[in-house]
Design a protein around this ligand. Sequence first.
Ligand code: GLY
Length: 317
Amino acid sequence: MIVLGNSESWPGIGKTAEHLQTGAHGLDALVPGLSLVEAETKIRSVGYGGWPNLLGNMEFDASVMDGTTRDYGAVAAVPMTLEVTRLAKAVLDNLPHTMLVGEGARRYADELGFDKDPVLLEHSKQVWWRKLEKVMSAEQKAQFPNTALAPLTKAITDPEKVRDTTVFLCKDNRNNICTATSTSGWAWKYPGRVGDSPIPGAGFYADSRYGAAACTHTGEMTMRCSSARTIVLALKLGMGLDEALRLAITELQELKSGYIGGVVIHAIDAAGNHRVVNVGCEEEINYWVWTPELEKAEKHKAILAEDMHTARVEALP
Ligand code: GLY
C-alpha cells in the first residue's frame, strides 16, 4: 500500500492512510482525505482557502479515477460547492456520464443534498478586490463587472503563483491504484476556465496494472501534452518509472508558445515505487508519502527535472 500526496495534501493524507489500513478500496480512502483538504482554510488553492475567479466567485474542479476499471468521475467549474471530490465520486458511482460542469454539476449536488455554500472567505474576497482594483482603469472599475474581462486576465495572471491543486494517488491492499484531485484553479481566472484536474490523461490517470500519475500547477501545459496518460502509457510499453517521467518532462519542455509555467508530476508504478518531479517551478516543491512501514506520512522534497537527466527518449520499446 502507498499514498502519495502533493504539498497541499497534509490535512488529509493521514485520514486516507487510516482508511487503507482498515482495508478500504482506494477510492473510498481518497475521498475522505480530500474532503479534509477542501475544508482546510490554510490551503490556498482548494476548497475554503481557495481564491476566486475574476468576478469574485469560486469555481471548483475535481476528479476521481479507479485504475482497475478505468472508471472516472469529474466535475468542473462548479459553483457553491465545497466537497467537489465527493461530488465527482457520485458522478462515477451514479450517472451514465463521466463529467458534469457548471450549473449542471451544482444541480446534481442539489439532488444529492450537498450544502450550498459560496466557499469564499471574507479575507479572500478582500484580497481579490484589492488586486483587481490595481489592474483596472477608472473606466473599467466604474463599469465592473460589465466590462471585458479578457484584458484583465493578462494583467493579473497568477499574482501569487496560485494555480495549485491537491492530488492524491494510492495503491490499496488489493492492488487497486486510484487517483483523486481537487482545486479552485487559477486565482483570478476567467470565469469558466477549467484546468487539468478534471481532465483524464492531463491532470491524472491510473491503470492498476502499471501505475498512476497526477499533475499540479500549470494545467494549460499538461492538457496540451496529456502528461498523466503519457506516463502511464510509457509504463505499459515497458519503460521504468524514471524513463516514463523523462518522456513526459521532455514533452512539457518542448512547449515554447502559449502559457508556460511550472508543473509538478506525481507518479507511482504498480510495484509501489514513487517519484515526484518539479518541472520548472521556481519555489521548492515538497510532497507527502505514506506506506504501512511509516507511523505517519512523511514530507519529502521533489526532485528537479534537471536532475532527471532529461535526454530525449528517442524511441518507444
Ligand atoms: N493544475 C491545476 C490547474 O491548472 O487548475
